[in-house]
Design a protein around this ligand. Structure first.
Ligand SMILES: CC(C)(COP(=O)(O)OP(=O)(O)OC[C@H]1O[C@@H](n2cnc3c(N)ncnc32)[C@H](O)[C@@H]1OP(=O)(O)O)[C@@H](O)C(=O)NCCC(=O)NCCS
Length: 194
């Protein structure tokens, strides 16, 4: 499965990505706000890739690499987790390597994956949970048009600390509206066997 956008494409992670993934993910901010361990060694990155692809085959979790169209460089990852099989909703998660942040890549990648989830996976709602002190992620959610639905107290224990989370939702019907106004030019390519 490859999802192509304007400046990025999303593709499944491959074992050969482990070194680059470890380089990108071995970072305090990522550790603080995600479940990526620190240090994120090449060995850990390999396990992460193998587990991701296993869960993807079961249709439970889609974790894809974010790749620059121009250079083919892997710069981050994002994914969707369908907590209960058959549910109409999935949780969106993402992280970006430090040198590539602030260029709009995660927002673009999320738009591509959300459009894919609504049009190809038949989902009706995307959920995004982010820590109350994660300003960059909150800005991404705002740009995507996520609506705040509540605050989850002591939602996760990460990096030695309990964290409250903001719970945001995006509905398919709202997305059609947002998409029209963003005039995103997105091409979805599903390639057999990937
Ligand atoms: C959150 C994260 C994925 C954003 O990636 P990114 O590629 O920089 O995202 P974008 O460039 O699309 O958008 C980031 C926005 O946040 C803004 N931002 C960054 N740091 C900020 C801060 N401290 N306070 C407020 N806004 C901030 C940027 O200016 C940008 O907004 P703009 O386009 O209006 O200028 C990245 O910072 C990251 O990987 N963080 C660590 C892991 C993480 O937090 N994952 C999400 C868990 S919920």
């Amino acid at each position: 499965m490859i999802i192509r956008g304007k400046s990025l494409f999303l593709r499944p992670l491959e074992i050969q990505d482990a070194e680059k993934l470890s380089e990108l993910g071995d970072d305090m901010t990522i550790y603080k706000f995600t479940h990526i361990p620190l240090p994120f060694t090449v060995r850990k990155a390999e396990e992460y890739i193998l587990r991701s692809n296993q869960l993807m085959r079961k249709g439970r979790r889609f974790r894809l690499g974010i790749v620059l169209q121009e250079t083919g460089e892997l710069v981050g990852t994002l994914g969707l987790e369908i907590e209960m099989p058959g549910e109409h909703k999935a949780r969106l998660f993402y992280w970006m390597g430090k040198p590539y942040r602030g260029r709009g890549y995660v927002t673009e990648a999320c738009r591509m994956l959300i459009s894919y989830a609504f049009s190809e996976l038949g989902l009706g709602k995307i959920i995004i949970r982010c820590a109350t002190d994660n300003r960059a992620s909150q800005r991404v959610i705002q740009k995507l048009g996520g609506k705040l639905e509540g605050i989850l107290r002591k939602d996760s224990f990460i990096a030695g600390k309990w964290r409250d989370a903001l719970y945001h939702g995006l509905l398919k019907e709202e997305w059609v509206y947002a998409d029209k106004h963003m005039q995103e030019k997105m091409e979805v390519m599903i390639q057999d066997g990937r």
